[in-house]
Design a protein around this ligand. Structure first.
Ligand SMILES: Cc1cc2nc3c(=O)[nH]c(=O)nc-3n(C[C@H](O)[C@H](O)[C@H](O)COP(=O)(O)O)c2cc1C
Length: 391
C-alpha cells in the first residue's frame, strides 16, 4: 500500500516526506510548487533519482543488540548528528518569508549543516550571524573573477569555512514545466495569477508588504536597482561562465583557505581529478534532475567513485532522498552523507520553520529505526553484507 495522500492540510500529521509534498502543494501557488518540483526536458533524471533506490535491497542482521543507537558521523572532519545536509536551493524566500533563516535554524536544531545558495534571498552575512549552525556557502562561477573574489572575501569576512562550487549549471537547464507558467520571463500567465489569488495565506506571508523577495548575494553582479527576480535571472544568465574548467577550480583552491567542495560531478574521472587537485570533497549531483536530462543518478556512481577517490575524500551525493532508508543505502555504497534539496523544501512549504522541523524529525526517526532494523548500533557498522542489488 503506497502513497496514501493526506486529506488534511496539517503538516504535523504528515507521516512522511511525500505527504509533506502533498500538503505543500495545497498551500503554495502553483508556480511556486512547480518551481520546486520540476525537472528538465522529459524529467528522466528526476524520475530515476527516485526509482534508483528500489534497485537496492537490505539483507539485515537480526541477532545483534541494537538497544543503543547513534546516527552521528564525520563530515569534513566535524561531527554531525545524522548523515544529512541541507542542499543549496535558490529563492527560498518565495516559499515562505525568510525561508533560508528557517532552514538554517532547523539545521542548527538537528545539528546538521545548512548550505546557503548563491541565488538566495537572504544575505550571507545574515546567515553567518546564526552561529549555532554550521553554515556552508554555495557559489556559482562567473565570467568576472573580480566578482567571485569579492564574494569569497564576503564569505571569509562573515566566517564561512566551507564553500560549495556548483559546476553543473554554467548553462541553464531546460525546465519546461517552470517556463510554461510565465508569458515572458518571470511574468506569470493568467492561470497562475488567478491561482495565486487562491493562496491568500502565502500572499500575506511572502508578498506583503514588500512584494517579491530580492536576491541578496549577487551584489554588484546586478546593475543598480536590479535585485528583482527579473533583473537577477537575466544577470545570472549573462554572467555564468560556460568556459568553466579546472583552471578556475585551481584558482579557487589557491585563494580559498577553508574547505572547498565541488557540487555537480557525475564522472569518476572528474572525481579522481578533484581529489588530485586538493579539493576537500565532492557532491555527486544531477542538480535534482534540473540540468542535463537523462544524466546518471548519483546513486549509480557512488560506489565506483568511492573506490576511485579512496577514503580520505569527503563524498556526498544528492538527488531524490526522501526516506531515512535512502540515506542508509547511500552510506552502504560509500557516501559520508547526503544532501536534501526538495525534502526540506516540502517541509518549508507545508509548514514554514516547524514544517522543516517535522521533515527532519521524520527523517531522523526513519534513519534511527532502519539502522536498528538492519542490526546496527551506529553508522560505522554498516557494511557490504547488509545490502545487495535486486536480481
Ligand atoms: C527549487 C530548487 C532550487 C535549487 N537551487 C539551487 C542553487 O541555487 N544552487 C545549487 O547548487 N543547487 C540548487 N538546486 C539543486 C539542489 O542543491 C540539489 O542538488 C537537488 O535539489 C537535489 O535533489 P532533490 O531535490 O531530489 O533532493 C536547487 C534545487 C531545487 C529543487
Amino acid at each position: 500500500m503506497r502513497r496514501v495522500f493526506p486529506r488534511h492540510r496539517r503538516f504535523e500529521r504528515a507521516m512522511n516526506i511525500d505527504e509533506l509534498a502533498a500538503i505543500a502543494r495545497r498551500r503554495l501557488p502553483n508556480f511556486v510548487y512547480e518551481y520546486i518540483e520540476g525537472g528538465s526536458d522529459d524529467e528522466v533524471s528526476l524520475a530515476n533519482n527516485r526509482a534508483i533506490f528500489e534497485r537496492y535491497r537490505f539483507t539485515p542482521r537480526t541477532l545483534t543488540d541494537v538497544s543503543q543507537r547513534s546516527l552521528t558521523c564525520q563530515v569534513l572532519g566535524r561531527e554531525i548528528a545524522m548523515p544529512l545536509i541541507i542542499a543549496p536551493t535558490g529563492f527560498n524566500g518565495m516559499i515562505t518569508r525568510d525561508g533560508d533563516m528557517k532552514l538554517a535554524r532547523m539545521a542548527a536544531k538537528w545539528r546538521i549543516p545548512f548550505t546557503l545558495s548563491n541565488a538566495s534571498t537572504t544575505a550571507l552575512e545574515e546567515i553567518a550571524t546564526f552561529t549555532e549552525s554550521w553554515n556552508w556557502m554555495q557559489i556559482y562561477f562567473y565570467r568576472d573573477r573580480d566578482y567571485v573574489e569579492k564574494l569569497m572575501a564576503r564569505c571569509e569576512a562573515a566566517g564561512f569555512d566551507t564553500l560549495v562550487i556548483t559546476t553543473d549549471s554554467a548553462i541553464y537547464g531546460n525546465r519546461e514545466w517552470d517556463a510554461r507558467n510565465y508569458t515572458r520571463p518571470l511574468v506569470l500567465d493568467w492561470y497562475n495569477k488567478l491561482h495565486t489569488l487562491t493562496r491568500p495565506g502565502w500572499i500575506k506571508d511572502v508578498l506583503y508588504p514588500n512584494g517579491v523577495p530580492t536576491f541578496q548575494n549577487l551584489g554588484d553582479l546586478l546593475p543598480p536597482g536590479e535585485t528583482s527576480v527579473q533583473g537577477a535571472a537575466a544577470a545570472i544568465g549573462r554572467h555564468l561562465m560556460p568556459s568553466l574548467s579546472w583552471a578556475e577550480m585551481r584558482w579557487l583552491r589557491q585563494r580559498w583557505p577553508g574547505k572547498l567542495l565541488i557540487k555537480g560531478i557525475l564522472s569518476v574521472e572528474e572525481a579522481r581529478q578533484a581529489s588530485a587537485e586538493g579539493i576537500d570533497g565532492i557532491v555527486l549531483s544531477n542538480h535534482g534532475g534540473r540540468q542535463l536530462d537523462s544524466s546518471v543518478s548519483p546513486m549509480e556512481l557512488v560506489a565506483e567513485v568511492r573506490a576511485a577517490v579512496g577514503d580520505a575524500m569527503t563524498l556526498l551525493l544528492d538527488g531524490g532522498f526522501r526516506r531515512g532508508s535512502d540515506a542508509l543505502k547511500a552510506r552502504l555504497l560509500g557516501a559520508d552523507a547526503v544532501m536534501l534539496g526538495r525534502a526540506t523544501l516540502y517541509g518549508l512549504g507545508a509548514g514554514g520553520e516547524p514544517g522543516v522541523d517535522h521533515a527532519l524529525r521524520l527523517l531522523h526517526a526513519e534513519l534511527d529505526r532502519d539502522l536498528g532494523l538492519l542490526g546496527c548500533s551506529k553508522l560505522e557498522e554498516l557494511d557490504d553484507s547488509l545490502m545487495r542489488e535486486a536480481r
